[in-house]
Design a protein around this ligand. Structure first.
Ligand code: MRU
Length: 369
């Protein structure tokens, strides 16, 4: 998508053919800074510190992390170590495991001398596949926005509420929840996006708002607690969010606070859709609340906040009394029964085992094998 008018992806291979370029997302929205990853430790640290974040982008970075490791040392031990190091960075987004396992599967049958080149090839293909998947999610999901537009008598703007950042910054390009929004913009449908700030890390206020502004899409940042009120007053036509892991039965893990939005949406008859690429489905589990590991992050993300001062410098300040403990679960699980539908690259389906299998029938065969 566009940054200051230039087409940009969220991750790229640098011209030296070995290091990886990323946007340092911890600096947005106040500074657009890029960073070069040159070794495995830097790739792992970029994921852990959330310089790169969002389930698909974490997977893409991990794939390139394995490639960088292979460039330095392509032995079996090095491959094993790279996979372990990357897997330990963040626990909830299953795309990380998917990408690491895919790289291991692809490389382990090759002689070490062939691994580095093939690893870069596969990582680049994973990135390109992500872009194509998200484009297809856009094509499939835009029908929901078109329907909402027709339902409103083609008056005003379609009002969409989103949580966290499931935009192009969270993927390689297009985003998942934002792909239908960007397609609707291309079709000339008037849009207005309610952007949940998404405490504690404010991915909505700092990333989604920045992304939509760069893309020229009307939006308003709201406090996380405002969504229910807006839904009660008919100000939301559709909720559209991303996800870090979907169970084989359609339960959805996403950024903390998503569950509360789904509850409010159900109470107000607002459709609640989740957009996901197929690597986000964890076919091995059925009960999201019990089985999806929820990342617990540093309590200082809750007790402190960063922002720009009038002199332009960015500073962190403390919000809470000295000594008050804080807890920071980073994700929650929305049960399938609260999800109106799943938007995938193969189409839209009910959030259920049968729904998912109707789009991915090869998984039924695998389950029966
Ligand atoms: O902690 P983050 O910023 O990595 O969490 C990101 C989200 O929760 C996104 O909604 C999810 O990864 C979907 S991204 C297309």
């Amino acid at each position: 998508m566009r940054v200051q008018g230039h087409d940009t992806r969220a991750i790229w291979l640098e011209p030296d053919g070995k290091s990886i370029g990323i946007i340092d997302q911890t600096k947005l929205p106040h500074e657009f800074a890029t960073r070069r990853l040159t070794n495995l430790a830097e790739a792992a640290q970029a994921i852990q510190s959330m310089q790169v974040r969002g389930a698909p982008l974490i997977g893409a970075t991990a794939a390139y992390g394995v490639a960088i490791a292979m460039k330095h040392d392509a032995s079996d031990q090095s491959l094993d170590q790279a996979c372990k190091t990357l897997m330990a960075t963040r626990p909830t987004a299953v795309n990380l495991r998917w990408a690491v396992e895919e790289m291991r599967r692809y490389l382990s049958g090759l002689p070490p001398s062939a691994r580095a080149a093939k690893a870069y090839e596969r990582a680049a293909a994973i990135c390109d596949e992500d872009v194509e998947i998200n484009r297809a999610i856009g094509d499939n999901g835009v029908v929901l926005i078109e329907a909402a537009w027709r339902k409103k008598g083609e008056r005003g703007a379609v009002e969409i509420l989103t949580h966290c950042n499931a935009g192009w910054l969270a993927t390689v390009d297009w985003g998942t929840a934002t792909a239908p929004i960007y397609r609707a913009q291309e079709l000339g449908i008037p849009l207005h996006i309610w952007v949940d700030e998404t405490r504690p890390r404010n991915q909505g206020a700092s990333l989604t708002a920045w992304e939509l502004r760069e893309q020229g899409i009307a939006h308003t940042v709201i406090a996380d607690n405002a969504g229910g009120h807006l839904m009660q007053h008919g100000r939301v036509d559709l909720c559209l969010v991303g996800t870090d892991r979907v169970t084989a039965t359609g339960d959805v893990a996403n950024k903390i606070g998503t569950y509360l939005k789904a509850l409010a949406a159900r109470d107000n008859n607002v459709p609640f859709y989740v957009a996901l690429p197929s690597p986000t489905v964890d076919w091995t589990i059925a009960d999201g609340v019990r089985e999806i590991p929820i990342e617990e992050r540093d309590a200082r993300e809750v007790t402190e906040i960063a922002g720009r001062l009038p002199d332009g410098t960015v500073a962190r300040v403390q919000l809470t009394p000295d000594g008050s403990p804080a807890a920071n679960p980073a994700f929650d699980v929305t049960p399938a029964r609260l999800v109106t539908g799943l938007i995938t690259e193969r189409g839209i389906c009910p959030a259920s085992r049968d729904g998912l299998l109707s789009l991915f029938p090869e998984r039924r065969l695998a389950a029966n094998a």
